[in-house]
Write a protein of this length. Structure first.
Length: 247
């Protein structure tokens, strides 16, 4: 029997614990998908649990299954491109889709209205070949009354993923998704000093149009924030009214 799962993402949740909880309330509580923490079993459980704020948010995270036994025919939704790559390379027959595609198709989500503002769309190198995800991101922005503006290097041409490409990749990623993070990543994941990383982000930011930038990757968000860009994560825009509410 096929099952649809949602992977909440350890790294995203550590960065945005309240926002992650709001997404889980919708995907798990409203849509009824089983929610797990990560794409692999027992990955840094204590470390990521300790990064959660004490209290209800930590308890909710700790209560989630660490992973699931994904089987051929299952569909796994995620907002973490590392999880997507690992599932693709380690679990043949399991379909990988983005959270954005799920929200676009599920039919009950209530979209906030951003009043017709223009936003540049920062595509992510980790998702350069995920056209369905890229299309869904732009359509979700339009559903929120945002006019998406493509950058010169967009979609499959993007080379950006914040400072994550300017530091060594986690060994887990290299081992479990070697096609994406070794074979197709020549010249990336080389060590740079913090000063070099910030300088690279500021130089990149200088090429962007003078408008807010929408991202759908927490590493892209991290890099643009370092450069002082007005950056908005798509998840934060979608769940703006829910992130502070407790279940």
């Amino acid at each position: 029997m096929r099952t649809d799962y949602y992977i909440a993402s350890c790294v995203f949740t550590a960065r945005h614990p309240e926002l992650s909880a709001a997404i889980r309330r919708h995907v798990g509580g409203v849509l009824g998908l089983p929610v797990v923490r990560c794409c692999v079993p027992r990955y840094k459980l204590r470390s990521f649990t300790d990064k959660m704020p004490e209290g209800a948010l930590r308890e909710e995270w700790q209560a989630l299954p660490d992973c699931a036994g994904f089987q051929p025919g299952d569909t796994v939704y995620s907002l973490c491109h590392n999880c997507s790559a690992i599932i693709e390379e380690q679990k043949p027959g399991v379909r990988v889709r983005s959270l954005w595609e799920l929200l676009l198709e599920e039919g009950v989500f209530s979209f906030p209205d951003y009043g017709g503002m223009e936003m540049a769309v920062q595509d992510c190198w980790r998702a350069y070949d995920r056209k369905e995800e890229q299309d869904a991101v732009r359509e979700l922005l339009r559903r929120m009354n945002v006019r998406p503006v493509d950058l010169a290097k967009n979609r499959e041409a993007t080379e950006f993923c914040g400072i994550s490409l300017l530091r060594p990749a986690p060994p887990r990623n290299l081992k479990l998704a070697p096609k994406r993070y070794v074979e197709n990543a020549k010249g990336r994941f080389l060590p740079h000093s913090p000063e070099e990383q910030e300088a690279a982000m500021r130089a990149y930011a200088a090429t962007l149009p003078q408008m807010p930038v929408a991202v759908y990757c927490h590493y892209c968000e991290e890099g643009l924030e370092l450069a002082g860009v007005d950056v908005r994560h798509l998840a934060a825009m979608l769940f703006a009214g829910e992130a502070g509410r407790q279940a």
